[in-house]
Design a protein around this ligand. Structure first.
Ligand code: SAM
Ligand code: SF4
Length: 340
């Protein structure tokens, strides 16, 4: 048996104190966004980071190169809204060329996707997750504080047209607001060959208005889907570390996923690490500690020093996020400042 040292390393891989091997890195490329989802951003008085504080593409590339040598093989680019970062396709092309990186995904609100889909595909982007919580234009505007549903739908259809397969829709489910959107979204996804994943609302909203009562649980969603489509069957995950629990409709026609960080935390199978747009490494969405990679990247540090920082972050990972515990402390950052 290989021994795990206290600094998060095992045979060169990133293994934490609970045996979880970290192979998935979420890279936030900006904290800016072109919409204002209430569960993520405050409506106003948002202080975005000035441009010079964000990692440059070269800095991101170097960080990923070091992480790849430690066994990271999957990347997800996120934000804020990653498509507002100028030249994102160029970054994707650079990351694609890094040895060991096998898969690059992007999470986007799709506002700018119609214009960028083709370039992203050409740059080597493998997969797309698109956030869409409702098909009702009025409710969409209520949630995002912007009246742009048509633009998002155009983005989705254009992404399909340029050849993205297995597009996933992410829908945050909120009690008292989106119950009536669950079945229409599932129907839309089935009709267009997309996979929808319903995501429980987490305490990461900029307004700090989240309470447990707002969480529409995966179990309730499953019951709504079963009432409309008949019983669904649980299916084996494609990837054992994936956050979603997948189900197939009784007629075998399509799949749907549930991501239940609040009601069914999946911390025990977490293999994810994050770096914020300004270069702070986080070992959890709910981490209250960060490791300053930017200081190393800008301070002439060696690759080994950057690797040591990544290992330190993994080595310090807590067993679970503890949202449901009375001792839970919200991170200071809201979702858009971390990268979902
Ligand atoms: N702007 C992009 C987007 O919306 O797809 C990427 C960044 S966004 C922060 C990533 C994902 O986090 C989105 O699917 C969004 O719906 C989800 N999200 C944001 N705030 C959330 C919250 N408080 N609870 C659950 N999911 C949240
Ligand atoms: Fe922007 Fe995504 Fe946050 Fe919505 S969830 S405000 S689209 S970063």
């Amino acid at each position: 048996m290989t021994e795990t040292d206290a600094s998060g390393s095992e045979g060169g891989r990133l293994v934490d104190g609970f045996g979880r091997v970290h192979t998935d890195l979420r890279v936030s490329v900006t904290d800016r966004c072109n919409i204002r989802c209430f569960y993520c951003m405050p409506a106003e008085n948002i202080r975005f980071k000035p441009r010079h504080e964000l990692l440059s593409f070269e800095e991101i590339e170097r960080f990923v190169r070091v992480a790849a040598r430690l066994g990271v093989n999957k990347l997800r680019l996120t934000g804020g809204e990653p498509l507002v970062r100028h030249g994102l396709a160029d970054l994707i092309a650079k990351l694609r060329a890094i040895a060991g990186i096998e898969d690059i995904a992007l999470t986007t609100n799709a506002m700018l996707l119609a214009e960028q889909a083709e370039g992203l595909r050409r740059a080597g982007l493998d997969r797309l997750n698109i956030s869409l919580d409702t098909l009702d234009a009025k409710k969409f505007a209520e949630i995002t504080r912007r009246d742009v549903l048509d633009q998002v739908l155009r983005g989705i259809f254009e992404a399909r047209r340029v050849g993205f397969a297995n597009i996933k829709l992410n829908a945050v489910a909120i009690r008292g607001l989106t119950e009536s959107d669950i079945v229409p979204l599932a129907e839309f996804a089935r009709q267009h060959g997309l996979k929808v994943r319903f995501l429980e609302y987490m305490p990461l909203d900029g307004d700090e208005a989240w309470t447990n009562d707002h969480v529409l649980s995966g179990e309730e969603i499953l019951a709504m889907l079963a009432a409309r489509f008949g019983p669904l069957a649980a299916i084996e995950p494609e990837d054992p570390a994936q956050p979603a629990s997948d189900y197939r409709y009784g007629d075998g026609s399509a799949e749907v996923g549930l991501i239940q960080p609040v009601s069914q935390p999946f911390c025990h199978r977490c293999n994810r690490l994050r770096i914020t747009a300004e270069g702070q490494v986080r070992n959890c969405l709910f981490s209250v500690q960060e490791w300053d990679a930017r200081a190393l990247l800008r301070g002439g540090a060696s690759d080994e020093a950057i690797a040591a920082l990544i290992r330190a972050s993994v080595g310090a990972k807590r067993q679970a996020h503890g949202i449901n515990s009375p001792e839970f402390v919200r991170p200071e950052r809201a979702m858009f400042q971390i990268g979902g």
